[in-house]
Design a protein around this ligand. Structure first.
Ligand code: FMN
Ligand code: SF4
Length: 678
């Protein structure tokens, strides 16, 4: 047996967990009609098969009608949940993986205009900034009703065969009771800490009475709100002891911080550029103080840190949640001594940011996550070997190369630069976004292991491609910034890429016209302001940088606000003219004929890219399919069969920004679903 601390079993009361890896509760927003159906089950079973010891399903599964989901959570208040959870649990149990679920009432962390339009409730009228609802202050009948709801939900999970439940207590109703900032009830449930904890213990007591000792119960809670006037670390320690001493809980799952604002949430669940494992020591302190089973997750992205967390006795079970979203087979790779093959989580938080915008959680660089059924993680070997030529070694091209090599094909990749990366190289030049480069580095390593032939410093033309006598050609040449958007003065502006690459030095007084609303605009503004430039970001949109999304916005705002950046929404840059040795920028509005002027020394335009597609059009007449894609086959995961030119020597496809400006996920997804059928 291995002596890896991560692979040692852990005894949680009567339950033997086969190793120390867990997936903490996270709602990927995959439910259909509020229920965890096939997609949901496939997601968890994939990870169970790979060896994770415990999967904490859901994330904020709702126990009551007046806790409507904010990101498509499981409706644990419906009886029909039992059948779906049983199917999921049975399938995971078959793989030796324990299953629990996180239950919650969101309290004020939701909205009244969802589902049944019931009032949002909380122990005070204080509004939560993120969800904006002004809550109704709980009455006695609300409290007893919701206690009952928790217990009914727990009982449903017991009936479904789960090993236990976890009660969520950070930012939700449970700890809205705890925190002095959100509880101004009078009487038994407000005032002293013991009174503020009463609701929690009422719920736990009732669950124990109904579900018995054989059903595991834990609490995931904040041990320090890190907020003036909120729960302190001393409160957290005191709560930890009270939970342990109650005899009503079997494990503690510790977090640190508060989630009522986007910056608060981002400190609890750090994103790329932020410190790894920032709250691990804190969780370790709680374990040391309580000597009680302690779980924890917060940006422990690599196996070495996870191993340290267990070996040093800071944790009993280590959560690697996003890490297993990015690589569902992480545990198996550890068991097989293949840690180098793990697809790394780069902390891009595309997964989380999407759910807060109503989408399903998707991993920026693993398009099979959440699509386990239609785009399985495993790539099957092809029946016959082909020659595949790829032009462009950005994320799309690299994914195509990786997948084609996994299929067993002979693969040639041409790249104009001296190294792979494409647009990601530019992104990752900024220290804060350096982790993005692992998207490329992992693929490059995999490709090299599988014998892909890379040709760097080659600006491939049609002849270079034809000479490789390919069966399949993929053009993944990306795009170039498009800045020709002005009535006058296009020659006077620079692109966001010019700033990011360092080709153009940042100005001192700069207008950034951001019409794409993506990372490049904010990243350029960040870089300019870092070098003491004064920046005004102008956008015709209603809000700035809409493509960047909530948690990704946080590090930018921390920098930009500190440096007095001005944000001007609903204005459009119309023209730029010289004014002495400066520039005059004319702003107009889509709302009328209003205009404004700005005098600056640099204008940066961020307006996405236009495809770099000359090579594609040169190759098109030489191809069998004339570049045509059968979308039905593409979506169904079937081989492309379009034949338009009997004289064509190869099939030709283009992907990613070489088609139109999109994002990294789109480019990689294009590559995966085309290439896996070659
Ligand atoms: C898509 C997504 C949804 C999440 N939803 C929840 C949730 O509902 N409840 C919860 O306690 N944590 C939730 N989390 C937080 C995770 O459980 C975990 O604490 C966090 O991702 C940090 O751990 P990691 O760095 O290992 O991913 C969510 C995380 C993700 C990525
Ligand atoms: S989207 Fe980013 S943070 Fe989320 S799992 Fe994928 S790599 Fe990790």
């Amino acid at each position: 047996m291995s002596n890896d601390p991560l692979l040692q079993p852990y005894q949680l009361k009567h339950l033997t967990l086969k190793n120390r890896f867990m997936i903490t509760s996270h709602e990927p927003a995959y439910p259909e009609d509020g229920m965890p159906k096939e997609r949901y089950r496939a997601y968890h079973v994939e990870r169970a098969k790979a060896g994770v010891a415990l999967t904490m399903t859901a994330g904020s599964a709702s126990v009551a009608r007046d806790s409507p989901p904010v990101f498509n959570n499981i409706l644990a208040w419906k009886d029909e949940v039992v059948g779906h959870m049983k199917a999921l649990t049975d399938a995971c149990h078959d793989e030796g993986c324990a299953v629990m679920i996180q239950l919650t009432h969101l309290g004020r962390r939701t909205r009244w205009d969802k589902a049944d339009w019931l009032p949002v409730v909380s122990p005070s009228h204080e509004r939560e900034a993120s969800h904006r609802a002004f809550p109704k202050k709980l009455e006695d009948w609300d409290i007893s009703r919701i206690i009952e709801d928790y217990v009914d939900a727990a009982e449903r999970m017991k009936a479904a065969g789960l090993d236990g439940v976890e009660i969520q207590a950070y930012g939700h109703l449970m700890d809205q009771f705890w925190s002095p900032l959100t509880n101004d009830l009078e009487g038994d449930y407000g005032g002293s800490l013991d009174n503020r904890l009463r609701f929690t213990f009422d719920v736990l007591q009732a669950i124990r009475e109904r579900c018995g000792d054989g059903f595991l119960v834990g609490v995931r809670y904040t041990g320090d709100e890190d907020l003036p006037g909120g729960l302190t670390k001393e409160d957290g320690l005191s709560i930890s002891h009270k939970l342990r001493d109650s005899g009503l809980v079997d494990f503690l799952n510790v977090v640190k911080g508060h989630i009522d604002t986007d910056p608060g949430l981002t400190d609890v669940i750090p994103i790329q550029g932020m410190r790894n494992a920032p709250h691990l020591d804190f969780a370790g302190e709680i374990r040391a103080a309580t000597q009680f089973p302690t779980f924890h997750a917060a940006k422990i992205p690599d196996v070495a840190t996870a191993r340290h967390a267990i070996a040093s006795g800071k944790l009993d079970m280590v959560g690697m949640t996003r890490a297993q979203m990015a690589d569902p087979h992480l545990v198996r790779k550890v068991m097989e001594g293949r840690e180098d093959d793990i697809r790394p989580c780069v902390g891009a938080n595309y997964c989380l940011d999407r759910i807060y915008q109503g989408g399903m959680a998707l991993c920026l660089h693993n398009p099979s996550t959440g699509r386990e059924i239609e785009q399985p993680h495993a790539i099957a070997k092809a029946e016959s070997k082909k020659r595949v030529t790829i032009v462009g070694a950005g994320p799309g091209g690299m994914e195509a190369a990786r997948v084609a090599a996994e299929r067993g094909h002979e693969v040639n990749v041409f790249e104009a630069a001296d190294a792979p990366g494409g647009q990601i190289r530019l992104t990752a030049l900024q220290e804060r976004r350096r982790e993005m480069m692992s998207i490329i580095a992992w693929r490059y390593d995999q490709c090299v292991k599988m014998g892909v032939n890379f040709h760097f410093n080659v600006f491939a033309d049609a002849d270079d491609v034809v000479v490789t006598t390919p069966d399949e050609v993929i053009v993944a040449t990306g795009g170039l910034p498009h800045t020709e958007v002005l009535g006058e003065g296009n020659n006077l502006v620079v692109s966001s890429w010019d700033i990011l690459s360092g080709d153009v030095a940042p100005g001192k007084n700069v207008l950034v016209f951001d019409d794409a609303g993506d990372h490049a605009g904010l990243q350029a503004a960040d870089l300019i302001s870092e070098r003491d430039g004064r920046v005004e970001i102008v956008t015709p949109d209603r809000s700035f940088a809409p493509e960047v999304m909530a948690m990704n916005l946080v590090p930018y705002m921390r920098n930009l606000q500190k440096r007095d950046t001005v944000f001007t929404v609903t204005w459009r840059l119309k023209s730029v003219a010289r004014e002495g040795n400066r520039l005059k920028a004319l702003l107009g509005s889509d709302y009328g004929d209003m205009t404004r002027e700005r005098i600056v020394d640099q204008v940066v335009v961020n307006h996405g890219t236009r495809p770099l597609d000359d090579l594609y059009f040169d190759l098109k007449p030489k191809s069998r399919n004339l570049g045509e894609v059968d979308y039905e086959a593409l979506v169904a995961g079937e081989e492309q069969a379009v034949e338009r030119n009997a004289d064509g020597a190869f099939r030709l496809f283009r992907i990613g920004d070489a088609v139109s400006a999109r994002n990294t996920h789109a480019a990689i997804y294009d590559a995966l679903r085309l290439t896996r059928c070659f």
